[in-house]
Design a protein around this ligand. Sequence first.
Ligand code: SF4
Ligand code: SF4
Length: 117
Amino acid sequence: MSCNRHKIHFLRELIPSFECVPGCHDCCGPVTTSAEEMARLPRKTPAEQEVALEHLNCVHLGPDGCTVYEERPMICRLFGTTPRMACPRGRGPEQPIDPAAEHLVHSYIASTRQVLV
Ligand code: SF4
Ligand code: SF4
């Protein structure tokens, strides 16, 4: 396992999960991610990306929500787990993410070259 791969796995495990409102995708939109995470996502054509961007959508948002849920970027995982990125529908884990863990996730994002998903 490469260093980055290990780190991504480690950080993902630190982010608590919770149940979203079924079918909701209110917090989805154009997001960025690291090249390592991007490599795990299916490739989209420039035309598909352009259409998504025109509508301020994420290119991986389908009619039933996120189509890449298991591999969604770190920022998507963090959303709703911290008061600093609160879910507008009031959902979230029983316990928000530990502030130290949140800091680690943000540090990872800040330290990697981010590309538009
Ligand atoms: S975190 Fe909240 S706004 Fe985002 S998809 Fe889940 S329920 Fe909807
Ligand atoms: S990757 Fe999935 S969760 Fe993240 S913005 Fe796109 S559709 Fe939403």
